[in-house]
Design a protein around this ligand. Structure first.
Ligand SMILES: Nc1ncnc2c1ncn2[C@@H]1O[C@H](COP(=O)(O)OP(=O)(O)OP(=O)(O)O)[C@@H](O)[C@H]1O
Ligand SMILES: [Mg+2]
Length: 210
């Protein structure tokens, strides 16, 4: 069965597209048939795909109204994973995408202004009855002894929303943006690096959510 993940955040720049494409490349490397559907008018995922030298993952630029049809096609074509990269500030489109997904990942940075801004996305997830979770992105990298206080406090603050928070957070690392320059992802750019390991851990955790 095709699994669909919707990456959501009403706030701009939290890392929806970044996590979407890194996860899509990793899943392709693992042998999954992957499609990214770019429903953001900014079309950043599509621009990345144009810079990319490889056929996989497939990236389709579509309007939200086309989503149900495209997802039905993906099912018929035997796709394993579809990732929906959504636009910020778009409650209606976001709600439609969330409703069609098996799992909604709300992406937030660990700073208070970002954490406070996820209320609208949480409402969408709860209203649609979708399975959802929050993923903290662009976090200060962990110390040897574990997560930084900023990340621990962010997890605590997220408790009020009553949604699971991914135990894997993604750090602020230059590799995540450098890899995109020529249309790659961190698992290709620096396969044994810390950024690639974080994406692998995040994907492993996602797979426990189905
Ligand atoms: N973990 C990270 N480490 C370093 N840079 C990051 C990370 N996550 C995101 N960025 C950078 O932050 C910026 C915003 O990321 P991105 O475009 O993925 O966010 P977005 O949520 O898709 O934005 P939009 O809401 O505009 O669609 C980009 O410059 C990206 O390279
Ligand atoms: Mg984006």
């Amino acid at each position: 069965m095709t699994k669909t993940i919707c990456l959501l955040a009403q706030k701009g720049g939290t890392g929806k597209t970044t996590l979407c494409l890194h996860l899509a490349v990793l899943a392709s490397e693992l042998g999954r048939k992957v499609t990214v559907i770019d429903i953001d008018p900014q079309a950043s995922a599509s621009a990345w795909k144009r810079r990319r030298q490889r056929d996989t993952p497939e990236v389709l630029r579509r309007e939200v109204g086309d989503l149900a049809g495209v997802l039905a096609d993906s099912g018929r074509e035997g796709k394993d994973l579809v990732l929906l990269d959504t636009a910020p500030h778009s409650s209606h489109e976001a709600a439609t995408a969330a409703e069609l997904a098996n799992l909604v990942l709300i992406i937030s940075r660990p700073a208070i202004l970002d954490l406070e801004a996820i209320g609208e996305s949480v409402k969408i997830v709860k209203k649609q009855g979708s399975q959802g979770a929050v993923v903290l992105n662009a976090c200060p990298p962990p110390h040897h002894s574990g997560e930084t206080a900023i990340v621990r406090e962010a997890r605590e603050a997220l408790g009020v929303y009553g949604l699971p928070v991914s135990p894997v957070s993604v750090s602020q690392r230059a590799a995540f943006s450098h890899a995109f320059i020529d249309g790659r992802a961190v698992t290709e750019f620096d396969a044994t690096g810390k950024a690639a390991n974080e994406i692998r851990s995040l994907f492993e955790w996602i797979e426990t959510r189905w």
